[in-house]
Ligand binder design. Structure first.
Ligand SMILES: [Zn+2]
Ligand SMILES: [Zn+2]
Ligand SMILES: [Zn+2]
Length: 164
């Protein structure tokens, strides 16, 4: 907000440059907030997640990154992002792992992901929803460590396009 006010006093050229830099800074701050060192590859990957509405698998991600990107580096970054509360994993019914951005409240100590995920079996996209898992009365001896709530079907776009 403060930055935007400063920007309005500058020329249009400066505004574009500062705008770009602010975008980077925002992602860099997010990395730092989650206890991660800022690297170009991390910023690039975070940027991709920030601009997609769907969860992405590692192969999806590789297609969006420059061809020279190293697979192992990407794998390690995804692993770190999950550990540090930036991304959460969602497996579809085939077992393929997709990664989705965490909400603000996630951090290294606590990921909270008891929301419903929808997986389209036609276009293979997985999306997060705001629908939360209902309260169950579970045996008291059972300690929950992970929760996954997934439904598979055909998404709105695929249905409209007549894809089955
Ligand atoms: Zn999380
Ligand atoms: Zn679909
Ligand atoms: Zn999710």
């Amino acid at each position: 907000m403060i930055n935007n006010q400063v920007v309005t006093t500058k020329s249009l050229r400066c505004l574009i440059l500062v705008g770009k830099r602010n975008g980077m800074t925002k992602q860099a701050l997010k990395l730092k907030k989650h206890g991660l060192r800022v690297t170009d590859a991390r910023l690039q990957i975070l940027d991709i997640f920030q601009t997609r509405a769907y969860a992405l698998s590692q192969p999806d991600l590789m297609e969006l990154l420059p061809a020279t990107t190293d697979r192992v580096t990407v794998y390690r970054i995804l692993e770190r992002f999950v550990q540090h509360g930036l991304l959460h994993e969602v497996a579809d019914f085939s077992g393929a792992i997709h990664y989705a951005l965490c909400k603000e409240q996630c951090d290294e100590a606590k990921h909270r992901h008891d929301h419903l995920h929808l997986h389209c079996r036609v276009c293979k996209t997985t999306q997060c929803t705001n629908i939360l898992l209902p309260e169950f009365s579970l045996p008291t001896s059972f300690k929950i460590e992970k929760t996954s709530l997934l439904m598979e079907g055909v998404c709105g776009d695929c249905s409209q396009a007549g894809l089955q």
